[in-house]
Each structure stands twice: as structure tokens, then as C-alpha cells.
Write a protein that binds this ligand. Structure first.
Ligand SMILES: Nc1ncnc2c1ncn2[C@@H]1O[C@H](COP(=O)(O)OP(=O)(O)OP(=O)(O)O)[C@@H](O)[C@H]1O
Ligand SMILES: CC(C)(CO)[C@@H](O)C(=O)[O-]
Ligand code: BAL
Length: 283
């Protein structure tokens, strides 16, 4: 497969997308922070199936990291990422500098409101303003027809859908299923931080979710029982600190006590120094 066109400039990116659309083609955009794994590539593949042309963005966005978080050490390898994207048929990659995205004097920030406050938002209070702002910028720089996001970052999908609706952005948001390793752990760039021992312990997140899923499939509708099943698996694993377990009405951040409609059970935990999140749909 050819290497995708690598674009660093904002104007050239917008022009590339507009030209494709003027030629009658649909364009998909896949926002990422790079260090690509099969989870990201599944979004790119969905985009190549659903659109005539695909542009991926690779940008480690500083505004979604708190000062204490891992912005500096977040893995970066643009050359390898571009090759992987080319191999799945992505046409172009937008990889801007921090200075291009946030020139001196830039102060605008998007507050999406209530869906950004609980769970991830409570633990990372500045995170979703950073995500919403950069995603809005990326969707304006690459004004595609469809944008692809992963279910693994469930609250992010809720925040992005809210932001796109509230700002009337003319783009369809597509959410793709979580891709897992053979043993069940959700693929994540941050898995690279785990030692072999932590990697083994981290399995308790997906195992806890799977146990809740099994109970739900067997007819359990009491959210507290489903939460307890996930909590038990995670909290009983040494070296793993559970941060939350929540059962939410699907597509929202509203907690439910009875699962009488499609729902999502979401968890976050710290494994050593690494924060991991995961979720499954209960439908
Ligand atoms: N396992 C996965 N399956 C499907 N989509 C995924 C998966 N992991 C990440 N994505 C999606 O890829 C997009 C880019 O995510 P990002 O670059 O933050 O990767 P990540 O692996 O989630 O990294 P991190 O470990 O920092 O959370 C997001 O829409 C995210 O939901
Ligand atoms: C959507 C995103 C690319 C914005 O920086 C990021 O939050 C991510 O990779 O999930
Ligand atoms: N995948 C979400 C990006 C972040 O945790 O900053």
C-alpha cells in the first residue's frame, strides 16, 4: 500500500478535504494521538469501508493532559503510524505541531457541560475541555462527512456527540466497537506502560466486565449486582486500585439502577502508575 500523504499545515489539510468533496467523494476522519494499535486501525478500516477517502489525524493534544499526567512520555512514532495507516488504505495523515494548533494567544476552550463532569471528568477535571476543543478544531480543519471514534473511550463518545450536536457541526459521528487482545484486555496505547506483571493484573478489568455481562445475559437487571460483580474482580486484584464502576443508560452518562434498556458498564482503575478504562454494552 502507498504511504499516505503526510500534511502538517492546517490550510493544506482543509484544502485536501474540500477538493475530495468537490470531486464528489465522501471523506472520513479518524482522530488519534498516534502510537497506533489494532484498535485505532479498526477505526481507519471502518472509515475506508464507509467513505471514499480517509484522513487520519495524529496529534498528542497537550490540553487534554493535566500537568501531572503523561503528556511528555506519551509514546510517539509518526513514521511507523503513517506506514500502518497506509497499509489499511488511509489516504492522508494530518500531523500538526503544537504551535500550529495552539499559537501564542489562543485561549478558546469548549465546556460541554454535564456529560463531561462525572467519572473521567471528576478524576481528570480539565480533560474533556481539552478533548472537546481539539476535536472541534480537528473537525473544522478536516471538515469530513464522518468522524470515527472508539467505544473504548465511552465517555469521550458521549462528550463528542453532545459537542457536535450543540455546535451544529455538519458531520456524522460513528462509534466503532472496542478491539481486544486475545486474552480480553482492551487495546490501549497506555498498555505499553505496563510491566509483564501489571499486564497480567490488568486483565481483571475486562474479566470483571465480562462477569457483569454474563450476569446480565443470565437475566440480572439490578445494576448494583452488576456493579458488584465487576467491582469484586477488580478490587480483589493486588496492585490494582479501582476508581469507579458505573452502569449508564447507553449513549448517556445517566446512571441507572435497573437495566431495562440498553446500558453500558464502565470501569476505571489504576494498575501501578497506569490508568486504564474499559466498558461493555449490556443490550
Ligand atoms: N481498543 C480500541 N478499540 C477501538 N477503538 C479504540 C481502542 N483504543 C483506542 N481506540 C480509539 O482510538 C481513538 C484514538 O485513541 P487514542 O489515540 O487515545 O488511543 P488509546 O489507545 O485510547 O490511547 P490511550 O491509551 O491514551 O487512551 C479514540 O477514538 C479511541 O477511542
Ligand atoms: C479524540 C482524541 C484524538 C482527541 O485528542 C483523543 O482524545 C483520543 O485519541 O481518544
Ligand atoms: N483515549 C483518550 C485520550 C486520553 O486519555 O487522553
Amino acid at each position: 500500500m502507498p504511504t499516505p500523504l503526510l500534511i502538517h499545515e492546517i490550510d493544506a489539510t482543509r484544502q485536501w478535504v474540500r477538493e475530495r468533496q468537490r470531486a464528489g467523494e465522501t471523506v472520513g476522519v479518524v482522530p488519534t494521538m498516534g502510537a497506533l494499535h489494532a484498535g485505532h486501525l479498526s477505526l481507519a478500516e471502518a472509515a475506508t469501508k464507509g467513505c471514499d477517502r480517509v484522513i487520519a489525524t495524529v496529534f498528542v493534544n497537550p490540553t487534554q493532559f493535566a500537568p501531572s499526567e503523561d503528556f511528555e512520555r506519551y509514546p510517539r512514532d509518526l513514521e511507523a503510524d503513517a506506514k500502518k495507516l497506509g497499509d489499511v488504505g488511509v489516504d492522508a495523515v494530518f500531523a500538526p505541531s503544537v504551535e500550529a494548533m495552539y499559537p501564542p494567544g489562543a485561549t478558546t476552550s469548549i465546556d460541554v457541560g454535564s456529560v463531561a463532569r462525572p467519572f473521567e471528568g471528576a478524576i481528570r477535571p480539565t480533560h474533556f475541555a481539552g478533548v472537546a476543543t481539539v476535536v472541534a478544531k480537528l473537525l473544522l480543519i478536516a471538515p469530513a462527512d464522518r468522524a470515527y471514534f472508539g467505544q473504548k473511550d465511552y465517555q469521550q463518545t458521549v462528550v463528542v456527540r453532545r459537542m457536535v450536536a450543540d455546535l451544529n457541526l455538519p458531520i456524522e459521528v460513528v462509534v466503532c466497537p472496542t478491539v481486544r487482545e486475545a486474552d480480553g484486555i482492551a487495546m490501549s496505547s497506555r498498555n505499553a506502560y505496563l510491566s509483564a506483571d501489571e499486564r497480567q493484573r490488568a486483565l481483571c478489568l475486562s474479566q470483571g466486565l465480562r462477569e457483569a455481562e454474563r450476569l446480565h445475559a443470565a437475566g440480572e437487571r439490578d445494576a448494583s449486582k452488576l456493579r458488584e460483580a465487576a467491582r469484586r474482580a477488580i478490587a480483589s486484584t493486588e496492585g490494582v486500585e479501582l476508581q469507579y464502576v458505573a452502569v449508564l443508560r447507553d449513549g448517556t452518562m445517566d446512571e441507572v439502577e435497573t437495566v431495562d434498556a440498553p446500558a453500558v458498564i464502565a470501569v476505571a482503575a489504576r494498575v501501578g502508575q497506569t490508568r486504564l478504562i474499559d466498558n461493555v454494552r449490556l443490550a
